[in-house]
Design a protein around this ligand. Structure first.
Ligand code: NAD
Ligand code: TDX
Length: 336
């Protein structure tokens, strides 16, 4: 089996490659990644010298290059992680989000049509459904909930999802989509809530919490997400959408306090700052379909997963020090 993983040098993609190489050592894995600010070859260090792994630096919007990769490799399955993924950056400048997240998905699917494919899998997000109110804990999004994205990022992901379903209906492309909640774990870029708060706490720098800190996210360990995708690409039904969630809703302030406690730092480091424009209040996913179809449910508890993630950041300081001392510093200073 040959799998083309796009965006495999990023957070979830690299975790997925490590997961698949261990689970299916006989598979050939090809990673296509543009190496944007969020892509990092160090995330793939242990894969790079494996015979059954190939890394190609390139843009999923580059049709000529994508067709060349398909021509050479003839993948059986494509898993598309490649995306601009940070909501705050999409608010600053939406353009590249539309290009990569929508046009890039189209180019990949055109290549799948041209060369033939067993499965095109689109990695999507719970943010395509918009948000839920805090005072209705009974409500959750199912796969049938309407799309109502709030940010340029989530609108671009929702657009790609619509295009994927249109390619299925019109060209009978064998597709699946998964919509996952907030991931955390090793190799997550420091701009995202959990690594940002861990790194600031380690440095005794203020922890910037947007608005009142009561916004709720459903956190899932990245390894549980990878396991679910592996099931869907092998056993999922063509044309189906699957919600993947952690069944672990937490307010941002609760997460930040857990991090401070684990690191033995004072809550006085918390600093409430200006809210994110259009900030989604609460995400919550109904994952009955994943449970019923595959017997899947998330295995890693948040307490255990957060503790091991904090440990990873403590033990891999030079991984993130290299990032925060570079271009990222300018972004951080502009944002906070
Ligand atoms: P990330 O930002 O850490 O990584 C994205 C990767 O894509 C990087 O390696 C980057 O270099 C690459 N990339 C960007 N533009 C590209 C292009 N034009 N061509 C080729 N490669 C390109 O993102 P992540 O958090 O790992 O997210 C991966 C996917 O999962 C995204 O599609 C995202 O929408 C989705 N997702 C993320 C989460 C989350 O909590 N992080 C939750 C649900 C869904
Ligand atoms: O400094 C911060 N302070 C803060 O309060 C940051 C960076 C975030 N927040 C809040 C905003 C959100 O309510 O924390 C929450 C999580 O923020 P992010 O880590 O930016 O994630 P989110 O906006 O929820 O989106 C993430 O989950 C869904 C990923 O970045 C997306 O790619 C994925 O689709």
């Amino acid at each position: 089996m040959k799998i083309l993983v796009t965006g495999g040098a990023g957070f979830i993609g690299s975790n997925f490659i490590h997961y698949m190489m261990e689970k299916h050592p006989d598979y050939r894995i090809i990673c296509l990644d543009k190496l944007t600010y969020a892509g990092n070859l160090r995330n793939l260090e242990s894969a790079l010298n494996r015979e059954n792994f190939r890394f190609i630096k390139g843009d999923i919007c580059d049709r000529e290059l994508v067709y060349k990769v398909f021509e050479e490799e003839r993948p059986d399955i494509v898993v598309n992680f490649a995306a601009e993924s940070h909501v705050d950056r999409s608010i600053e400048d939406p353009e590249i989000f539309l290009k990569t997240n929508i046009i890039g998905t189209q180019v990949l699917m055109d290549a799948c049509r041209k060369y033939g494919i067993k499965r095109f899998h689109q990695v999507s997000t719970d943010e395509v459904y918009g948000d839920l109110p805090l005072d209705r804990p009974d409500l959750k999004f199912t796969e049938k909930s309407p799309l109502k994205p709030s940010s340029p990022y989530s609108a671009s992901k929702a657009s790609a999802d619509l295009l994927v379903m249109a390619y299925h209906r019109t060209y009978e492309l064998p597709v699946t989509i998964s919509r996952c909640s907030n991931n955390y774990g090793p190799y997550q870029f420091p701009e995202k809530l959990i690594p940002l708060m861990i790194i600031n706490a380690i440095h005794d720098r203020p922890l910037p919490v947007y608005g009142d800190g009561r916004n709720v996210r459903d956190w899932i360990h990245v390894k549980d997400h990878c396991e679910a995708i592996d099931l869907i690409i092998h056993e999922g039904k063509e044309g189906e959408i699957y919600n993947i969630g952690g069944e672990n809703e937490r307010s941002n302030i609760e997460v930040v306090k857990m991090i401070l406690k684990e690191l033995g730092k004072p809550e006085s480091l918390i600093k409430f700052v200006k809210d994110r424009p259009g900030h989604d209040r609460r995400y919550a996913l109904d994952i009955t379909k994943m449970k019923e179809e595959f017997g899947w449910s998330p295995k890693i508890s948040f307490e255990e997963g957060l503790r091991s993630t904090i440990k990873w950041y403590l033990e891999n300081r030079n991984w993130w020090e290299e990032i925060i001392n570079g271009e990222y510093m300018k972004y951080y200073e502009k944002m906070y």
